[in-house]
Design a binder for this molecule. Structure first.
Ligand SMILES: NC(=O)c1ccc[n+]([C@@H]2O[C@H](COP(=O)([O-])OP(=O)(O)OC[C@H]3O[C@@H](n4cnc5c(N)ncnc54)[C@H](OP(=O)(O)O)[C@@H]3O)[C@@H](O)[C@H]2O)c1
Length: 276
C-alpha cells in the first residue's frame, strides 16, 4: 500500500481541519511529500506545525479553492517546484443541512463555489500536468449525499452529485492515458463540519453526532482504497453501501427511510426554527 504513496507529490485542499488534515497525516506516514493547502495562512501553518515531525516532507500552500487564480497558482506552482504532481485531493468543502425555504440564492452560490467550482478548478489545472507526466491520481471528495439524496440537503446534494458524476466520467475518459480518479463518499465522519453552516461559520450549539466515525480511521481506509484505484469509495462502508445500492434499485425500505428522515427533520426544523 505504502508503495503507492512513498516519495509521491500530493496536494490536499482543506488540509487544516477534519478529513483533509487526517489524510495529510496518513499520506505523510506512508512516505508522501504533502502540500497542505488552506485558505488561511495562519491556520494552515498551525496545522503543518503539528506535523513537523515529518520534516521537509510537510509543505504548505495558501489557496482559497473558490478563487480560480489561486488554485491555478497552487497546482501549477507545486508541479513546477516539485517537478511533478502525483496526487491531488480536492477535499475542501462546506456542509449544508438547510430547509429549502431558508436557503437564499447567496447560499446556493456559496455552496456551489466552495464544493463544486473548487473541484472543477482543481481538475482543470491538474489534468494537463498529469497528462504531460502520463500519470496521476485525482481524488475528489463527494459525500454519501452525492449518491443518495438526503432530504433538507438539496443544496449540498446538488454539489456532491455533481462531484460524483464528473469524477466518474473522467475516470473512464482518462483511463487509457494513465490517469486515475476516485470519489470519496463519506457518511458521518467526526469532524468540525457538523458545527459549521454553509458560510463556514462555527456554531457552538451544534454537535458532532455521537456515532460519527473516527476521522483517523476514515483517512486510513480512504488511502487503502485509493491505492487500489477504486472509483467510488464509501466510508464507512457499512451500512451505507447497501443503502446506496438499495436506493439505486428503488428499494422500498430505503424510500421509507428517506421519507422518515424528511419527516423527522421537518419536525425538528418547525420546533427550533433553524436547521443547519
Ligand atoms: N465529515 C463528514 O461527515 C463528511 C461527510 C460527507 C462529506 N464530507 C466532505 O469532506 C470534506 C472535508 O470536510 P470535513 O468533514 O473534514 O470538514 P471540516 O473539518 O470543516 O474541513 C473543511 C475544510 O475545508 C476548508 N475550506 C472551506 N472552504 C474553503 C475555501 N473556500 N478555500 C479553501 N478551503 C476551504 C476549511 O477551511 P477553513 O478551516 O478555513 O474553513 C477546512 O479546512 C468536505 O468536502 C465535506 O463536504 C464530510
Amino acid at each position: 500500500m505504502d508503495e503507492y504513496y512513498n516519495g509521491k507529490i500530493a496536494i490536499v485542499t482543506g488540509a487544516n481541519s477534519g478529513i483533509g488534515y487526517a489524510v495529510s497525516e496518513e499520506l505523510l506516514k506512508r512516505g508522501a511529500i504533502v502540500y497542505m493547502a488552506g485558505r488561511s495562512r495562519e491556520k494552515i501553518a498551525k496545522a503543518a506545525g503539528q506535523l513537523s515531525a515529518y520534516g521537509d516532507r510537510v509543505r504548505t500552500l495558501v489557496m482559497d479553492v473558490t478563487k480560480e487564480e489561486q488554485v491555478q497558482k497552487g497546482i501549477e506552482g507545486t508541479a513546477a517546484a516539485a517537478g511533478r504532481l502525483d496526487l491531488l485531493f480536492n477535499n475542501a468543502g462546506v456542509g449544508g443541512t438547510l430547509p429549502f425555504e431558508m436557503a437564499t440564492l447567496e447560499d446556493w452560490k456559496t455552496i456551489i463555489d466552495t464544493n463544486l467550482w473548487s473541484v472543477i478548478y482543481g481538475v482543470h489545472f491538474a489534468v494537463p500536468v498529469m497528462l504531460r507526466q502520463g500519470s496521476g491520481h485525482i481524488v475528489n471528495t463527494s459525500s454519501v449525499a452525492g449518491i443518495i439524496p438526503p432530504p433538507f440537503q438539496a443544496l449540498y446534494s446538488l454539489t456532491k452529485f455533481g462531484v460524483t458524476g464528473m469524477t466518474e466520467c473522467l475516470k473512464y475518459e482518462f483511463a487509457e492515458k494513465g490517469l486515475h480518479f476516485s470519489t470519496i463518499c463519506p457518511a458521518n465522519i467526526a469532524t468540525p463540519i457538523f458545527k459549521k453552516s454553509i458560510d463556514g461559520k462555527t456554531h457552538d450549539d451544534l454537535r458532532v453526532p455521537d456515532d460519527a466515525y473516527p476521522v483517523e480511521k476514515a483517512a486510513a481506509f480512504i488511502l487503502d482504497r485509493v491505492a487500489e484505484q477504486k472509483g467510488i469509495i464509501v466510508v464507512p462502508e457499512d451500512p451505507n453501501t447497501d443503502v446506496w445500492k438499495g436506493y439505486v434499485l428503488g428499494d422500498r425500505e430505503v424510500e421509507e427511510w428517506l421519507y422518515r428522515m424528511a419527516h423527522d427533520r421537518r419536525e425538528a426544523f418547525e420546533k427550533t426554527g433553524t436547521y443547519f
